[in-house]
Ligand binder design. Sequence first.
Ligand code: ADE
Length: 264
Amino acid sequence: MTTDLNHTKRIGILAAMPEELKTFLDEMPDEHQVELAGRTFWVGHWHGHVVIAVLSGIGKVAAAVTSSLLINRFHATEIWFTGVAGGLGEEVRVGDVVVADELMQHDLDARPLFPRFEVPGKGVSVLKTDADLANRAVQAAQVVLQVVAHDGESHAGQLCRQDLDALGIGRPAVHRGLIASGDQFIGSAKASQGIRDAMPAVLAVEMEGAAVAQVCHDFGVPFVVIRTISDRADDEAHIDFQRFITAVASPFSHAVVDAMLRSE
Ligand code: ADE
């Protein structure tokens, strides 16, 4: 390792989906890959910044291992997570974006040893993201969605109005607040109502964010979680998920990360 490690910002980017990761790697022509623990870490530059991009893996354990490796082995000084989530907040629709201010584990319950949702040994149930990174993510998401609102043309790999229309997505909004994570795909009105009842402020549900939060808190590494809403976590027929990932979620993640890196 070189001696300038202490001064160099090294941005760990955790992608939830291979399609997203591919759009990131397309921006990192000098990347080299490192295989570790069954994962491929891609180290390179994007807009002049050192970036380590990797698939998070699905679920809390996988995401915790990947983020620990990013910090310990690749010396990531901050972590950005991108992916999709189910919308739980009343106003949170498919195509919207949720930037986490706070994360909780909706399936963490060590009662009677600790109160429901409390992380054993930490004395807290809510973990906060970095306010500056969250501000920048919200700003970037707003700019990206503003542009797409006026851009009707379809460009390969870019978010565009045509694709949103084809998927029945109107004017996507950006929300900021609480995301709940757990090792379950939430796909019924009963399950999503259960989470809402226990956490009235929850905006979205996914399977990794709070695990990344816990690791980053343990290591004192700033992080942010950015999720595009792919479903309403209920019994309704889902939209064309693959098309959503390819045409909406991946181009969106790419555009937001690109804008955030430009603003560094
Ligand atoms: N990721 C995307 N949608 C989800 C859902 N409904 N539950 C958990 N994780 C998700």
